[in-house]
Design a binder for this molecule. Structure first.
Ligand code: NDP
Length: 406
C-alpha cells in the first residue's frame, strides 16, 4: 500500500501521475494513494480530471510553493506519504530534500539542482546530503527521468550483461518531433535554454574538456527519425557516470537540433533574451530568460500538434565477457502522437514521466532501497529495464561494427 506525494504539475508530472494511476487501476497497490501538489493548484486539478477520465482513479490535489520548506514539511506531515517525487523544477531540489530530511520521507527527482543565478549542472550540492540521508535512514534517488535516468540505467545494464569494462560511452538524444511552431522548447523553456546555451563539456582521459556551446556538430542516422545534426553538449549524467563507472575513458553527450531552432536561439542570445542576470525594466527587476519563457508556448500545449519520434540511447565500447572489444547500441524509440493519445502529453514529457513512475514504483515496492543519496546507475538495472518494456518505453540492444568514428 504505497502513498506518494508528487510535486510539480507540468508535462512530466502529468505523465507520471497518469502512469501511476494506470497501475492503481490495474489492481496494483504500489500507488494506492496518489497526491499531486504544485504552485498553481488549477494545473493539479486539470491533471486530476484527465486522470479520472482516462483511468477512473481519483487523485488528491494541493497548492504548494516548494521553495517554502516549512510549507512542504506541513504538507508532508498532513499527507504522510512513503515517498516524495519531485517533478517541479531543478531550483526546488534542495528545498524539497530539506523537507524530506525533516520528515524522514524518501525523495526522488528527475533533474539535478541548479542555482537560479548560475547555469551550473553539478551534483555536488545534492551529493553533499548523502550523510544526512544515511543518518536519517532514508533514500534519495536522483535523476529518474530519461536523460539522466534511462540513459544511466542503460549504461549500468550494458556493464552488467554485455561489457566487463566500458571504455567509451556516447549518449545520443534525438527528438525528431515537429510541433509546427516557429520556436518552442519541449520541456520547461527556461531550464532547456540554460542547458543548451551552456558550454559543452565532455570527460576524456581523466579530465573535463570544455568547448563553446553548440560548436561541435556531427550527423547521425537515427532509426525511426532519419539523418539529423547532433551537437556535443554537457549533460549531468556524464558527471555521475564517470564517478560510478570509473574506468570509462571518454563520455560524451549529443543532442539533435534543427537549423530553425538554432537560428532562433542565436538571435535570442545575441539580443540578450537568454540572460539569467536581472535587468531593470520600467523600474522593476526582471530576468530576460524568465520573461522569454512567459511568451513562448507552454511545452504542455505542444502535445496536440507534435508528430514524429524521439530516439534516445547509449553507444558503449569496451571489453566484452569473452575478452574481445565490442560496441553495443541500446535505445528506445518513442512516438509523440502515441504518447499524446495515452496521456495527453508529448513524448519528451512521456519519456521523462514514465521512468519517474518506474523509479518511484521500485522504491515504494522496496525493490530499490538504500540509505543515502544515489544515482540511477548505482541500482540494479534489471527490474527498471523490465518495467520500461511493460510501461510504454520498450528498448533494443544491437551490436555495432565499432565505436562512433568521430
Ligand atoms: P514544467 O515547467 O512543465 O513544470 C514544472 C512544474 O513545477 C509546474 O507545474 C510548476 O508550477 C511547478 N513548480 C515550479 N516551481 C514550483 C514551486 N516553487 N513549488 C511548486 N511547484 C513548482 O516542467 P516539466 O514538467 O517539463 O519538467 C519537470 C522537471 O523534469 C524539471 O525539473 C525538468 O528539468 C525535468 N526534466 C527531466 C528530464 C530528464 O530526462 N531527466 C527531461 C525533461 C524534464 P507552475 O505551473 O505554477 O509554474
Amino acid at each position: 500500500m504505497g502513498k506518494i506525494l508528487v510535486i510539480g504539475a507540468g508535462g512530466v508530472g502529468s505523465v507520471a501521475v497518469h502512469k501511476m494511476a494506470q497501475l492503481q487501476a490495474a489492481g496494483r497497490d504500489t500507488f494506492a494513494h496518489i497526491v499531486l501538489a504544485s504552485r498553481t493548484v488549477a494545473k493539479c486539478e486539470a491533471i486530476a480530471q484527465s486522470v479520472k477520465e482516462r483511468t477512473g482513479v481519483t487523485i488528491e490535489t494541493h497548492a504548494l510553493d516548494a521553495d517554502d520548506v516549512p510549507a512542504t514539511v506541513a504538507l508532508i506531515n498532513q499527507v504522510a506519504p512513503d515517498l516524495v517525487c519531485n517533478l517541479a523544477l531543478p531550483y526546488q531540489d534542495l528545498a524539497i530534500m530539506d523537507a524530506c530530511l525533516e520528515t524522514g520521507v524518501h525523495y526522488m527527482d528527475t533533474a539535478n539542482y541548479e542555482p537560479r543565478d548560475e547555469a551550473k549542472f553539478e551534483y555536488h550540492w545534492q551529493w553533499a546530503y548523502h550523510d544526512r540521508f544515511k543518518e536519517a535512514g532514508i533514500m534519495a534517488l536522483l535523476g529518474s527521468g530519461f536523460d539522466p535516468g534511462v540513459t544511466s540505467v542503460f549504461a549500468a545494464y550494458l556493464k552488467k550483461h554485455y561489457l566487463d569494462r566500458i571504455d567509451t560511452l556516447d549518449i545520443l538524444d534525438c527528438n525528431g518531433g515537429d510541433h509546427g511552431q516557429h520556436f518552442a522548447t519541449n520541456f520547461n523553456p527556461e531550464i532547456n535554454i540554460r542547458e543548451v546555451t551552456a558550454p559543452a563539456r565532455h570527460w576524456e582521459n581523466g579530465e573535463w574538456v570544455e568547448t563553446p556551446a553548440l560548436s561541435h556538430k556531427q550527423t547521425f542516422d537515427f532509426e525511426g527519425v532519419g539523418e539529423k545534426n547532433m551537437y556535443l553538449m554537457y549533460h549531468e549524467e556524464i558527471e555521475s557516470l564517470k564517478t560510478h563507472i570509473p574506468e570509462i575513458q571518454r563520455i560524451r553527450f549529443w543532442m539533435t537540433f534543427g537549423d530553425a531552432y538554432l537560428t532562433h536561439l542565436e538571435v535570442l542570445q545575441n539580443v540578450g533574451m537568454t540572460r539569467i542576470d536581472p535587468v531593470i525594466y520600467e523600474g522593476k527587476e526582471i530576468i530576460p530568460l524568465q520573461f522569454l519563457k512567459a511568451v513562448l508556448p507552454e511545452p504542455a500545449s505542444l502535445g496536440e500538434t507534435t508528430k514524429g519520434k524521439t530516439n534516445i540511447g547509449d553507444i558503449a565500447t569496451g571489453i566484452a565477457k569473452d575478452g574481445s572489444e565490442k560496441t553495443y547500441y541500446i535505445n528506445n524509440i518513442c512516438d509523440h502522437e502515441a504518447a499524446y493519445a495515452e496521456t495527453g502529453n508529448q513524448a519528451v514529457s512521456y519519456t521523462t514521466g514514465v521512468p519517474a513512475m518506474i523509479g518511484a514504483a521500485l522504491i515504494l515496492d522496496g525493490v530499490w532501497s538504500g540509505e543515502g543519496v544515489f544515482n540511477m546507475e548505482q541500482m540494479d538495472p534489471d527490474p527498471f529495464m523490465e518495467m520500461l518494456n511493460q510501461h510504454g518505453l520498450p528498448w533494443q540492444v544491437k551490436e555495432l561494427d565499432g565505436p562512433l568514428d568521430f
